[in-house]
Design a protein around this ligand. Structure first.
Ligand code: GLY
Length: 292
């Protein structure tokens, strides 16, 4: 079985490293993706994920995350979680320690506390200044935001897992949730078919259940590349309001082949396997003008 980990954006490459160490030593895809995305979640320079993410309109960082286990379609998610730097690990506890799948807001925070997660001030000085400037000038989102980290992995035992984690749209309305923690939108995986994750403008991505669609296309025989392209094309065709924005999917099939497609140029996939450890510019993009 050819084990592999694929994630979104440039910061994905650093996140792939601990994930790859786990996969290389025979560990599980689930452990790999949860540990992997934690690198981006804890990195204050990644301003769209976890600690140091841009805050909401009231100056508070609210994070969303989900994890999925391809062995049994296990799923856990949190949204609108404050004060916890590693929401994907909390999402995993939701999956493994409760008989629920999704906790939000204060309930998610209470649960994280009860599980022993440490609280911290998630708002960095950079985030605070950007928020103050936004309040003064209402200028729109900062240009250095590169959105979600989605990570998908296949382990040596043939098991797939996916994780997706974000601080969401900069200066969003408090309580706003995008695609990232939503099963079928931000992520999906099934050992029998493949794994997929999304990044980009959550309000548009959430409308097509695209990660689920990517996995189902692979189940029907499409390659991961063909599956991602089909879903981006469908999204752009069916949701015209999505055209100004960046949205992208990554996928791996149950054999360890991977693919990626984006709505616009500039999307990067980070790929780590026995034969490579590198960033790829998306080979496929539709290329309407716009932001993101
Ligand atoms: N894709 C992340 C978000 O829109 O929240």
């Amino acid at each position: 079985m050819s084990h592999i980990v694929v994630s979104t954006w440039r910061f994905g490459l650093a996140s792939n490293q601990p994930a790859w160490e786990i996969l290389k030593s025979g560990g599980s895809a689930l452990d790999a993706v949860v540990r992997g995305v934690e690198v981006a979640e804890r990195d204050p320079a990644v301003r769209s994920v976890g600690f140091g993410g841009y805050p909401n309109a009231e100056g508070e960082v609210e994070v969303d995350a989900a994890v999925m286990d391809g062995r049994n379609l296990g799923y856990g998610a949190v949204a609108g979680l404050r004060k916890i730097a590693t929401p994907t690990a909390v999402a995993r506890r939701v999956m493994e320690k409760t008989d629920h799948v999704f906790l939000v807001g204060n309930g998610a925070l209470k649960f994280a506390r009860a599980q022993g997660f440490e609280e911290c001030n998630m708002l960095t000085e950079h985030g605070r200044r950007a928020w103050k400037k936004w309040k003064r000038e209402r200028t729109g989102p900062p240009a250095d935001v590169h959105d979600t980290i989605g990570m998908i992995a296949l382990d040596q035992h043939g098991n797939l897992a996916a994780a997706c984690t974000t601080s969401g749209a900069a200066f969003k309305l408090p309580g706003r949730v995008g695609d990232s923690p939503l099963i079928g939108s931000g992520l999906y995986t099934d050992n029998d078919a493949g794994a997929a994750a999304a990044t980009g403008r959550g309000e548009e991505i959430a409308r097509t259940c695209g990660s689920f669609a990517v996995v189902e296309h692979m189940r029907q025989g499409k390659s991961p590349q063909e599956a991602c392209e089909a879903v981006v094309q469908h999204l752009i065709a069916r949701v015209p309001s999505a055209r100004p924005f960046q949205m992208a999917y990554i996928a791996i099939d149950k054999y360890g082949n991977w693919g990626a497609a984006a709505a616009r140029s500039g999307f990067l996939s980070a790929v780590t396997s026995n034969v490579e450890n590198q960033l790829y510019k998306s080979r496929f993009f539709i290329g309407y003008g716009g932001v993101g």
